[in-house]
Write a protein that binds this ligand. Structure first.
Ligand code: DHB
Ligand code: MG
Length: 234
């Protein structure tokens, strides 16, 4: 492929329409209208900020993984407005707990309201601050090991987050990373985009690390072309 063009490839409008329609088709079949989730999405629109939440179908997929693994302790890095938090926490059993970390206090405040509206405030503990500073504190607390860890925070330190996730894991823990394909930009070895470089580094580390069995599932739909890395601790 000649110089760089491959990495600038964008889904064209007609393809995008198809992918979004298929996403809506799946949602229409499997995801009932839900006032709590709609309110969380509306809180983002009302705040006038870009929505970097996972899609409804991705939420249903993550919840399925929570149930598949019978997770009772979940750790999430990157709460944003709590949309993914709600999907994950709703998959927990009665006594299940979720700790979620958010750097931006405005986002954490939105999440707190959305999680309370969902009736999940007893199950969910929002910690405000930089994950890279909160994780060592968490490791000292003996709340782990976690059964499932969802990493969706800032991308440059993804490989460091992976190391912390391992420290907070047991054999069988599922570790999931959002946004590891980034419209295919991960193919560009000369990328200067800090987020791309962060996930490229993570993907390499994950592939080489003998402590986990891992792969990447690509996704296309409402959230354009991306992927989630999924690792299980040996
Ligand atoms: C961004 C972050 C995300 O976690 C995501 O799913 C999409 C976009 C971002 O930082 O732009
Ligand atoms: Mg994300």
């Amino acid at each position: 492929m000649p110089g760089g063009r491959l990495f600038l490839l964008k889904i064209n409008p007609m393809e995008r329409e198809l992918f979004v329609s298929v996403d809506d088709y799946i949602s229409g079949l499997f995801i009932p209208q839900d006032g709590v989730l709609t309110a969380a999405t509306n809180s983002i629109k009302e705040a006038g900020i870009g929505d970097m939440s996972i899609s409804p179908v991705q939420g249903s997929f993550l919840q399925l993984l929570v149930k598949l693994t019978r997770s009772a302790k979940i750790l999430e890095l990157g709460t944003f407005a709590g949309y993914s938090t709600i999907w994950l926490a709703r998959g927990l059993p009665e006594q299940g707990r979720l700790i979620t970390m958010e750097f931006n206090p405005v986002h954490a405040d939105m999440a707190e309201k959305n999680i309370r509206r969902a009736g999940l405030d007893e199950k969910v503990d929002i910690r405000v601050g930089k994950a890279i500073e909160l994780l060592p504190e968490l490791a000292k607390e003996s709340v782990g090991p976690f059964d499932l860890i969802f990493i969706d925070a800032d991308k440059p330190p993804y490989a460091e987050y992976f190391e912390w996730a391992l420290k907070l894991s047991r054999s069988g823990t599922l570790i999931i990373f959002d946004n590891v394909i980034r419209d295919g930009k991960v193919l560009d070895p000369n990328s200067t985009d800090a987020a791309v470089i962060g996930v490229q580094r993570l993907n390499k580390v994950l592939a080489a690390d003998q402590r986990v069995t891992a792969t990447i599932m690509t996704t296309v739909g409402l959230k354009d072309y991306d992927g989630m890395a999924i690792a299980i601790v040996k």
